[in-house]
Design a protein around this ligand. Structure first.
Ligand SMILES: [Zn+2]
Ligand SMILES: [Zn+2]
Length: 1017
């Protein structure tokens, strides 16, 4: 007695099914067993880009994490050994700003009052909390990772590896302290780097003042420069005004401005003639302005399409201004402090923010008669990537890594990386070609402590490891609980040059250093020994058991075979690890990259909580289930934005239902017939006796080939497309064509269908691990001796020899049948109505499959046509014919429309006495009743229904109605029935009685004039 297969409910409850599968995976240690099974196999090295453990996961994170899981699962099915290490990003502005919000702190002063040790503790707590949340969500998504051994970027080990990198950078002479103008967030109180700020989202349309201001010229009484600015707060720091040397400037009403054509001026000169003139600054009375000589300088970049053509220059408050100060030896006045407030020396403005001074500045100018015009302007303005505060510019001392020396080597290495999609490799190259020096310092708290100890003797002391720190420390070691502020700041070392005690600079590092070092810190580069738990150090202690491997391990796993993150990471993580790796070991840390675009809502808008269109990941797990989410993520080409939502989810569910129904069909009849499968069939293939079986086995081979190719080139849409097409063939061809074989227990049909479904589950398992495993459990693991208990332990199927001629033949046949159905649909002739004849043109396959076509199209005969008696309709190509025919065109047009023309061959036509060439005509196939055409084939149905056909059609309707009644009454598929027919259908009983009985398992047909009725026999 065979074991019964579990009957399937009418539709799958994805979320419930997935929770049950998760429990089973835990109970049966499925993931551990997979790892044990693949241990010692060929390696597939994947390095996880760390997710910031700062908030719960969003559905956009679920996209990336799905792709990571899909390809890891595929490689595991291929027998590869993998590391499965997940990473958490743990420090820097992300975490700090969220912790500030949760504690109600809103400035650096607030943080310092709160206490750095306490603040660091809160940051660590937040990371621990959300690492746990993300872990649970990732498990729910089906992501298989080594969850107890995650790496945390705030571990001391990770920090030490970055120190080592910085030491190498210094050894090469690339590290420098720059006195530079930089984008500055007044709320966060730190400068921000080019790569952090480069994103599209880091700009907003903002409304600012637009001022025209008079700067009186010193030696020319009554004359003034008319200067334009949109940042009134920078005027107190003005030291110069710039003109375009070759542009023309005109004097009118005592003001010099760009001369516009058609306007009258008292006097017009070229800009270069104004250069060198001195003027009275707008705020000369302020203390910092003492001694400043304001003058006109030349600048080729002055914009001529907006403003007055004269630009005010404040080198302490603008990047280009700062560059000009170096060229023209201008003083640099920095008016605002870290918090964006005016320094005390700025008299009436002292303590005000850049926004708060706008009004007083404008008032003061107006009072003194210097304001020409005050309006507003809306323009694109940079905002902080982290807290959305509008940025300002400050000139500060930051630490930089010079990139010019390594730039070409980076570009060269990038050429060896395989990017998917390939165009992103070019983007990386663009970034590498144009990136500026790397600003690595942040004036913040909970981040990588930069190990720089400058000495007044001129020596820059750099610490490369904790051991080195301990060796050189003169005090503070006893309280050093982890390598973070405030503890690290208390450790003083001795200057290696002059021997005095020196202190670390207060700055912390760019968070991209933290993530960039991961291919070294997690794989044990240059580590002399394998240290169990060696990444569970510092702040990471107690959160993970991650080992620090040794150099031999690094050599085995570096570089990564494959990594994947969103496109934005080109200038971020893809870049930082690339830069660090090329610097440390001279080569790329990864061989292949898959990158992808943005996740939008299903209508194509960005998701925002405030717009009410954001979908919470947990809600999606509960409402659509992880498999349906994963399917959406996988079917979108990664170079396109992904439209995610419940509408697309329903569409996915609908398609998965076709698979479900096919399995359900199998289960139903297999249980009736006590079918018992053999696992060997998956190894050697089922016996093929019937041509359809041979075809389905070949079709499985094609599926395996196509999905292998899709996975191998990291292109999930090819996988989902191949699977969809396979399920369609399985359901709408194989099962449809084989129903009778299942009703009559043709064992070969059962074996072939079982084989096809089981192989299908194996190849789709990486994409939808839950449903595939649930069905595998039912069809394979629970039914076969010696079968793996999970599809994920079953390995990857062999494609075998694929009979492509047979596949092409059946594909052609399906196309022909599809055309016939189309011809019916267009004339609203239902499929149950038999027809006399189908005529087929162009298909060789049709010749060998006349019987199938007859059945599928329900026709009595199939006629094969040698030529296509297809008519074309023509329209004049007006663009060409209009000029040629002129007034004769309407007659030609009318003749073509009414069909009054002659075809001359080669696409030429004669109409209304004109001969027209192919390029003068727009050709379409004429629409004719009963015909349907594809590129290759044509099918015509004879749509005339005579009395005999009509009667047969009614018999089909009756059979359909009876089977619907059987279902309605809840009869078993094997139950026999007695049928009572209304007298109107008496002719059907006479003419088609036996057939109707056979199709409905009826033992008797009675006619008694009442309504249609059935009874269990
Ligand atoms: Zn900010
Ligand atoms: Zn010194």
């Amino acid at each position: 007695m065979a074991r019964r297969f579990a009957p399937l409910p009418p539709v799958p409850d994805h979320p419930a099914l997935e929770l049950a599968v998760l429990e089973r995976w835990d109970a049966e240690r499925t993931f551990d067993r997979l790892r044990e099974q693949n241990q010692g196999g060929p390696r597939f090295s994947f390095v996880d880009g760390p997710i910031t453990a700062n908030n719960a996961m969003g559905v956009h994170h679920a996209w990336g994490r799905t792709l990571k899981d899909v390809f890891q699962r595929y490689q595991a099915l291929r027998g590869h050994e993998l590391r499965y290490q997940n990473g958490f990003d743990c420090q820097g502005l992300w975490v700090e700003v969220e912790v500030e919000k949760s504690l109600g702190l809103n400035s650096k002063r607030d943080i310092e009052d709160y206490g750095l040790a306490e603040f660091a503790a809160r940051c660590r707590e937040r990371v621990a909390e959300f690492a746990e949340v993300i872990t649970q969500q990732s498990r729910r998504l089906g992501m298989w990772m080594d969850w107890d051994n995650d790496y945390y970027t705030f571990s001391d080990t990770n920090i030490e590896y970055i120190w080592r990198f910085l030491k190498e950078v210094h050894r090469r002479g690339w590290l420098f302290q720059g006195h530079r103008s930089t984008q500055w967030c007044p709320r966060c109180g730190t400068s921000l780097s080019q790569h952090e700020q480069a994103g599209e989202g880091n700009y907003e349309e903002l409304d600012h003042p637009s001022l025209y201001v008079r700067f009186p010229l010193k030696d020319r009484p009554g004359e003034a420069l008319v200067v334009w600015t949109t940042t009134p707060w920078t005027l107190p720091a003005n030291v110069a005004a710039a003109v375009r040397p070759e542009a023309e400037y005109g004097l009118r009403d005592g003001g010099w401005r760009l001369a516009e054509t058609g306007e009258e001026y008292d006097h017009v000169v070229r800009g270069e003639e104004l250069v060198g003139l001195e003027y009275e600054g707008p705020f000369d009375e302020l203390e910092p302005q003492a001694g400043v000589v304001h003058r006109v300088i030349p600048w080729d970049e002055v914009a001529l399409d907006e403003g007055s053509g004269i630009v005010h220059i404040a080198p302490g408050a603008g990047t280009e201004d700062f560059e000009l100060s170096k060229a023209h030896d201008l003083p640099v006045l920095v008016p605002i402090d870290e918090g964006g407030r005016f320094y005390p020396q700025y008299g009436p403005f002292a303590g005000m923010s850049t926004g708060e001074v706008e009004e007083p500045v404008i008032e003061s100018l107006r009072d003194r008669g210097l304001l020409v015009e005050a309006g507003r302007i809306t323009h694109r303005y940079p905002i902080c990537w982290r807290c959305r505060t509008p940025l300002v510019f400050r000139v500060v001392d930051d630490w930089f890594i010079g990139v010019d020396e390594v730039r070409e080597q980076l570009r060269e290495e990038n050429r060896g990386v395989e990017w998917t999609p390939p165009q992103y490799g070019k983007r990386m190259d663009d970034w590498l070609a144009n990136m500026g020096d790397w600003n690595i310092s942040r004036k913040r708290y909970f981040g990588l402590p930069l190990p720089f100890y400058p000495c007044s003797c001129g020596q820059l002391n750099l610490i490369g490891s904790r051991a080195e720190l301990e060796e050189r420390a003169v005090s503070g070691l006893d309280q050093l609980q982890e390598l973070h502020r405030p503890w690290i700041d208390e450790v003083l070392i001795r200057c290696e040059s002059c021997g005095v005690e020196v202190r670390r600079i207060p700055e912390v590092g760019d968070a991209w250093l933290d993530a960039g070092i991961v291919p070294f810190s997690t794989l044990g580069w240059e580590s002399p020994a394998y240290v169990p738990g060696g990444n569970a150090t510092g702040a990471a202690r107690g959160l993970t058991g991650a080992d620090l491997p040794d150099l031999a391990y690094w050599e085995r796993w570096f570089p990564a075979d494959w990594i994947s993150e969103m496109r934005e990471q080109i200038r971020l993580w893809f870049y930082s690890q690339f830069f660090m790796s090329v610097t440390l070991v001279g080569r790329s840390p990864y061989r292949r990259v898959l990158t992808y675009e943005k996740l939008l809502d299903e209508t194509g808008r960005e998701m925002h909580r405030s717009w009410g269109n954001a979908i919470d990941a947990n809600e999606a797990f509960d409402r659509m289930g992880a498999d349906v989410m994963r399917w959406q993520f996988c079917e979108t080409p990664p170079a396109q934005n992904l439209k995610f939502g419940y509408g697309p989810a329903r569409e996915v569910e609908r398609r998965l239902l076709t698979l479900w129904n096919s399995v359900s069909f199998f289960v139903t009849y297999a249980n009736i017939e006590d079918f018992s499968p053999s696992y060997d069939d998956l190894r050697s293939g089922p016996p093929v006796v019937h041509p359809l079986d041979r075809w389905l086995v070949a079709r499985v081979g094609q599926l395996v080939t196509e999905t292998s190719a899709g996975f191998d080139r990291y292109w999930t849409p090819a996988v989902t497309r191949a699977f969809d097409a396979f399920v369609d063939d399985l359901s709408n061809w194989y099962i449809r064509r084989s129903r009778r074989r299942f009703y009559s227990f043709d064992e070969a049909a059962f074996r072939t269908l079982w084989y096809a479904v089981a192989q299908g589950l194996r190849v789709i398992a990486p994409v939808m691990p839950f449903l595939a495993d649930e069905l595998w459990r039912n069809l394979v693991a629970g039914a076969c001796e010696g079968a793996p208990g999970s599809v994920h332990l079953a390995g990857w199927p062999e494609a075998g020899e694929v009979d492509s001629a047979l596949l092409a033949e059946v594909a052609e046949l399906r196309e022909v049948v599809e055309l016939g159905r189309q011809a019916r649909a267009e004339e609203n002739v239902k499929l149950r109505q038999p027809l006399r004849r189908a005529s087929v043109f162009g298909s060789e396959a049709a010749r060998h499959h006349v019987d199938e076509i007859k059945e599928e199209l329900r026709v009595k005969e199939v006629e094969l046509l040698d030529s296509a008696p297809v008519r074309f309709s023509y329209k004049p190509n007006l663009r060409v014919l209009g000029p040629r025919l002129g007034p004769r065109l309407p007659a030609v047009k009318a003749a073509l429309e009414t069909g009054d023309f002659e075809e001359l061959g080669d696409g030429r036509v004669r109409a209304a006495g004109q001969e027209l060439g192919p390029d003068e005509l727009l050709v379409e196939r004429a629409k004719e009743r009963g015909w349907a055409h594809s590129e290759r084939f044509s099918v015509r149905l004879d749509l005339d229904v005579d009395a005999e056909l009509e009667q047969e059609g009614r018999a089909y309707d009756l059979i359909h109605a009876l089977n619907a009644l059987r279902k309605e009454r809840g009869l078993d598929l094997t139950d026999r029935i007695v049928v009572t027919l209304p007298s109107a259908d008496a002719d059907l009983a006479d003419r088609h009685g036996d057939w109707i009985k056979a199709e409905t398992l009826a033992v008797d047909l009675q006619v008694d004039g009442a309504a249609l009725e059935i009874e269990k026999a």
